[in-house]
Design a protein around this ligand. Structure first.
Ligand SMILES: Cc1cc2nc3c(=O)[nH]c(=O)nc-3n(C[C@H](O)[C@H](O)[C@H](O)COP(=O)(O)OP(=O)(O)OC[C@H]3O[C@@H](n4cnc5c(N)ncnc54)[C@H](O)[C@@H]3O)c2cc1C
Length: 382
């Protein structure tokens, strides 16, 4: 977007490849998404069409298993009929928080929303919605709903997204994998520095100095898209805020499994728990089935072993493990660090600073929304 405006851009990337949490593995003509899998909303279509990236929208069928690996319902029949009333009630309640929730970026946080989601829903007698949302939020890496603040939960799952989950709307998948999006985006960037970690960022007179292991350079403006270790940014406000941003350790295990019709499966008894499989989904391509499972925690032989055992206990024959990959997902603030003006202060500061925090540091971390957020930032700032 910046280069299209004629602004020269340098990208510093710590890894030897760009894309971050978007990563596609290739096994001949089989693709395995280790990070971003699908997109929820419309924003991203504009980018995919512009980049000439093919996508498909398809339905996802879901199963739920209990602690004995037996099939259970997501919601009971009685709950499904009572859900309509709760949804009407929730919509009315959330209207009160429109200015806190209906924004592309995080902003002012209404203090009613600074409580764990489970408390917010229970206090408002919305137990069925709690059962509806918990599997999705926990499984997608946003954490346990006993800890996830209502503010984040309703930013991630607003009324539109909740309704689309209930309707079982189709989700958008990129046919050749998210790597295609990354490689097409990177073709437009003329200066990418690979395997070069930024170690120091400091305003000096009208410029910003960026230091790496191998030297330093001056820029007019620096846009930070990712959580940096403490003291990298020599700016008290940003640095103090950066120290408070947390991420969830989350792992992806990809397997080749026996070729059967297996649908997306949630492990209801494990929701939000560390070191336990949360859910898996499968892809069939060219007569092969790939299963990708997710869990909170750090990659270890024990954790991968327990994920493998739980999949097998669900009646699936695993041929082999393709990979086990560690991620740190969902930049957010723990309850003790959340204050009503945390994000508002950052957004205000960057209006007058040549160092800005953008992307998933200040907006909900779903690809579609990230695109909308960054587009808005670029058009307002440059
Ligand atoms: C397993 C998994 C599944 C997901 N599924 C979905 C999904 O289905 N749909 C969806 O919308 N979203 C999904 N997400 C979330 C989505 O992938 C992320 O929100 C998004 O990729 C974040 O993009 P980003 O550019 O903000 O950050 P990142 O992808 O984290 O990129 C940050 C980059 O900064 C680099 N970096 C870090 N520190 C430094 C440094 N000091 N110097 C230089 N470079 C540095 C990193 O190497 C990385 O490349 C998923 C995430 C994960 C992990």
């Amino acid at each position: 977007m910046l280069e299209k405006k004629g602004i020269g851009v340098t990208v510093y990337e710590k890894q030897e490849h760009i894309g971050g949490h978007c990563r596609t593995l290739i096994n001949k003509d089989n693709l395995v998404e280790l990070g971003t899998v699908f997109c929820f909303s419309q924003h991203i279509k504009e980018l995919l069409i512009e980049l000439d990236v093919d996508y498909t929208e398809r339905f996802t069928y879901r199963n739920f298993l209990d602690e004995h690996f037996s099939k259970v319902e997501h919601l009971s029949r009685e709950n499904v009929s009572a859900l309509t009333d709760e949804l009407i009630k929730l919509e009315k309640i959330l209207k009160k928080y429109t200015s806190s929730l209906n924004t592309i970026n995080y902003g002012h946080i209404h203090e009613d929303l600074m409580v764990p989601l489970i408390d917010f829903l229970r206090n408002n007698e919305l137990e069925i919605i709690c059962g509806l949302l918990a599997p999705h939020l926990s499984s997608f890496g946003f954490g346990n709903i006993c800890e996830l603040q209502a503010y984040y939960a309703f930013n991630i799952f607003n009324m539109d997204t909740i309704q689309s989950l209930i309707r079982g709307d189709r989700l958008l998948f990129v046919n050749k994998g998210m790597d295609e999006v990354i490689s097409k985006l990177s073709q437009n960037i003329s200066d990418i520095r690979y395997s070069i970690e930024v170690k120091n960022i400091e305003s000096t007179y009208e410029k910003v100095k960026v230091e790496t292991e191998y030297g330093s350079e001056l820029f007019d403006k620096v846009l930070i898209t990712t959580k940096l270790p403490k003291d990298v940014i020599k700016d008290d406000l940003y640095n103090q805020l950066m120290k408070k941003i947390d991420t969830n350790p989350y792992i992806t295990c990809a397997y080749e499994v026996e070729n059967r019709n297996i649908v997306t499966t949630y492990y209801k008894a494990n929701l939000g728990q560390s070191e336990k499989i949360q859910f898996f989904h499968t892809f069939r391509q060219n007569n092969k089935t790939t299963l990708v499972a997710y869990a909170y925690g750090s990659v270890s032989k024990e954790l991968v072993g327990s994920i493998t055992a739980d999949i097998e206990n669900s009646g699936i024959h695993i041929k082999h493990l393709i990979t086990a990959k560690q991620w740190y997902i969902f930049p957010h603030l723990k309850a003790q660090n959340l204050t009503p003006n945390f994000y508002k202060d950052i957004l205000e500061r960057q209006k007058v600073s040549n160092i800005c925090l953008i992307g998933s540091l200040v907006s909900r971390p779903a690809i579609s929304n990230l695109y909308a957020s960054i587009k808005q930032f670029i058009s307002q700032t440059f």
